[in-house]
Unconditional design. Sequence first.
Length: 414
Amino acid sequence: MTAQLPPDPIPAARVRPAPLWLLAMITFSGTLAMHVFVPALPRAAHDLGASAGSLQLTISCYILGLAFGQLFYGPVSDRYGRRPVLMAGLVLYTLASIAAALTPGIQALIATRLLQALGGCAGIVLGRAIVRDGSGMANSTRRLATMNLIVILGPGVAPLIGTAVSESFGWRAIFFGLAAMGVANMLLTWRVLPETARPSASADFGAVLRGYRRLLRTPAFLGYAVGGSLATTPMYAFISAAPFIFTRDLGRPAHEVGTYLALIAVGIWLGNLCSSRLVGRVRLASLMTGGSAISLLGAVLLFGSALSGHLGLALTLGGAMAFTFGAGIASAPALAEAMSVDPRLAGSASGFYGFIQMAIGALATSLAGLGGDPALASGAVLTVAALGAQLCFALALRARRRTVAQKPVEAAAE
């Protein structure tokens, strides 16, 4: 089966380049909305008369929306063009943000957060596609590196912003602010952003689905994708529980929550930096399994301290930062290995990997909301996820070795 080709980019001579600052703003709005509401969860729970677990569903549903958006925005924009699909996503993001600000109850808030994510995912997915459309290989690599830096920095600054806004103006002001950002992005996209790809009437959605089905039947890809997802996005389970852990269990004031979450996000950044420095000197398989092992140690530290009743600020931050540091190390190698399993399906593998990653993050976040002890539940989720990542990586490496060993035999038979 041949891979589906993307639509031809419009020749550079006929279109002005898409401004990187605008693509950065659009990408940032999608990542910001995931984390900016986290510090306000206890305040929103009190105002809406809802439990901690139900408020954590607003985070898991947002992640779930990002998961499904990873699958569909790329193929749809191949068919109808980047610009109109991005505009539609921004409209949905803005309207859902306004609805979330005005919501009367927790059920409506959960639903609007799902819609907000489906809209916000457009900027995350199509921002990367627009960069690839309008730049050569070297230039697009530099521009994508800048975009990825913004995605990584988003979780770090978002809790600080969320804390400041919710403490000063209330939690609903966060969503009014996100709506304002959506309006600004819509207007700028309409006035400034060019179309960078020719819509293709021949775009074959069936080929996309066949590619996903083929990947589902590839043990090595599944091992890398599920393992990489278990090694990374379950950290959202702790992030969603953190405001309740720090304020209720540890007795810290609400205005400190954003700082603690920012410190935890620093672990991701340090892990990514460490991984990028070690690539080329250390095998990708070793980076994956080693990063996941560090995460496992952090998860066990957090779970053990909560289970034994010795939970403290230092142990909580230390365990969480160890988990995110390991996740930062394992993230890029796992994605690279998954995309290399079948180079003809690299694009589909990237989108499908993102879907699995966010789906597992949503499941982990939901599970962390069960029971009445957020620290114990999130510690258990992180521990099981890290153990699962180790198992999946081992299975993927075994399947890869088996595939490599079979190729000489098949070549000799021919």
